[in-house]
Each structure stands twice: as C-alpha cells, then as structure tokens.
Design a protein around this ligand. Structure first.
Ligand SMILES: [Zn+2]
Length: 284
C-alpha cells in the first residue's frame, strides 16, 4: 500500500514537472526580415521590431514571459531604449504582457482596440496613443506606417507597413498559404475581403503574418480568393436551403487542399461563413 501511494506521488510530481516544462520551454527566436526589421517568434506567435539609431519600435508583446525574454535580448543585442510598442489588435494571445515594455515605450493601437482592452480587462498596458485611420511613426530616420483597413478578424485590426524594408506586418487576417483559423468567431464577413484588398493596394513585397512563414503580396491575393470562393459557395448553399452539416459534407475546395490547416479547419471555416451569412440574410 505504501509503495502504491509513493508511486502515485511520483506520477503526480512528474505530471506537474511536465506542465511547468511545457510552459517555460517556449520556442523563441529572432530572425532578420530585411534591413533593421526583425521577426520575433514565441511558439506559434510572431511579432516584429524595428531597430533605429534613436531606439527600438516593437509590436505585439505576445505574453509577459515572451516580452521579458525579448526585452533582455534587445538589451543584449542592440543596447537601445524601446521607444514605441504597437498592438496589431486587441486579442489577448497577441498583446498580453505589454506592461513589460511600457516603462519606456509609448503604446499605440487603434482606437477600437483601446476601448476593448479596457472593457475586456486585457492583461496588458493600455494604449497611450490611438488613431482611427492612419498614423506614421518616425524614429531615428526610419518609418512605420500604421493603417486601419476596416473590419476583418476584429474591428480594431491595423497593419504596419515598413516602407524602407518593403515589408508589411498583418496579424490573423491574412494567413500565408493557410485557410482561416477555426470558425472565425467575431469576424466581419464580407468586410474581411475588402480589408485584404486594401492591403493589396499598398506598396510592399514581404508579407509578415502573426503565425506561420513569411509570404508575399501574392499570398494576400490568394487568401482573399479563398475567402471569396468559400463565401460564394456557402451563400449559394444557404439560398438553396442547405443545412450547415450538408455544406460541410459537400463543399470541397480542391485548389486549397495543400494549404496549412485545410483538413482540420475547412469545416469550421464553412461554419463561420454560414453564421455570418445567416446574420446578413436576417437583414441585420
Ligand atoms: Zn486575433
């Protein structure tokens, strides 16, 4: 009996060790995108930062542990103050931990993001500066242009364009060679496709997403194409009176079968489109 109890404790201890290892063992890296623009990885989340002679502009902190790691790396590698932190949107998995940078950084976000950060009590620093359409930050002779491109995956998503580096950081609403994530809860469709079209009209070469590998402007066009084809298919089905389940069985998009998450997320993407279409057809 004693032996069994000891074994149980041993197993429980191992389980707790496993949990704590998993939490602290995040895969983190810093890679150069172009010029002085870098990409920061924390497991499946990515943000960017720009190094200038006057200091550093960071973007999504991701979470407090990740931000502390990045802050230490920036001090070691560049020895420059962090002057600005820009949030892509209000979602907690991208912007938690902003307080780590807020001691020296001015925090910038879209005005709707600030409202949600306060209302939802996001565990992060509240933005100091907000804007509605566009804002440019200049530091040490370098520039980042912030643009609100309309509602998409949220109602407060902005894109960050780095003109000298010809790169654009867009989080969660333009995945590269991937279908959308889950059932696109809280998304705004078809506004989302218009938001991507506005991005396509911007001048850049490198598309830097918040998840997955880098892409190009062609990937933005391709993802908008996917969203439009799926939307049209679900709208047609809904008008023919088909059920969601029937559409999840019948809608097959062979063209996108090699994209990331196709096999696991397509049915959920169809559900997301279906929910949005139901809203619109009710006349809301
Ligand atoms: Zn998000």
């Amino acid at each position: 009996m004693k032996g069994r109890i000891a074994n149980v404790f041993f197993v429980v201890t191992l389980l707790f060790c496993g949990v704590s290892l998993a939490q602290t063992d995040a895969k983190r890296s810093i890679t150069k995108i172009a010029g002085d623009l870098y990409r920061f990885q924390n497991d499946f989340h990515y943000s960017v930062f720009l190094v200038t002679s006057e200091g550093i502009i960071v973007s999504d902190p991701i979470n407090a542990d990740a931000a502390r790691w990045l802050k230490a790396e920036l001090a070691k590698r560049f020895n420059k103050p962090i002057r600005y932190m820009i949030y892509s949107h209000d979602h907690v998995d991208h912007i938690a931990g902003g307080e780590v940078f807020a001691d020296t950084a001015i925090v910038v976000a879209h005005e709707n993001a600030k409202a949600d950060i306060i209302a939802e009590q996001r565990p992060t620093a509240v933005p100091d500066i907000t804007f509605s359409d566009q804002m440019t930050i200049e530091l040490g002779g370098k520039r980042v242009e912030l643009s609100y491109v309309g509602r998409s995956h949220s109602d407060n998503m902005i894109v960050m364009r780095f003109p000298a580096e010809r790169a654009l950081f867009a989080v969660d609403f333009i995945p590269v060679k991937s279908v959308a994530w889950k059932n696109m809860t809280d998304a705004y469709i078809p506004d989302w496709m218009n938001a991507i079209a506005r991005v396509e009209a911007m001048d850049f070469d490198i598309l830097v997403p918040g998840h997955g590998g880098l892409g190009t402007k062609a990937d933005a066009t391709a993802f908008r194409g996917y969203m439009e084809i799926l939307y049209a298919a679900v709208l047609k089905g809904a008008r023919e009176g088909k059920s969601l389940e029937a559409m999840q069985q019948s809608i097959r998009l062979e063209k996108y079968k090699d994209w990331h998450n196709h096999d696991t997320q397509l049915a959920l993407n169809i559900e997301g489109m279906y929910n949005q279409i139901k809203l619109h057809r009710r006349g809301n």
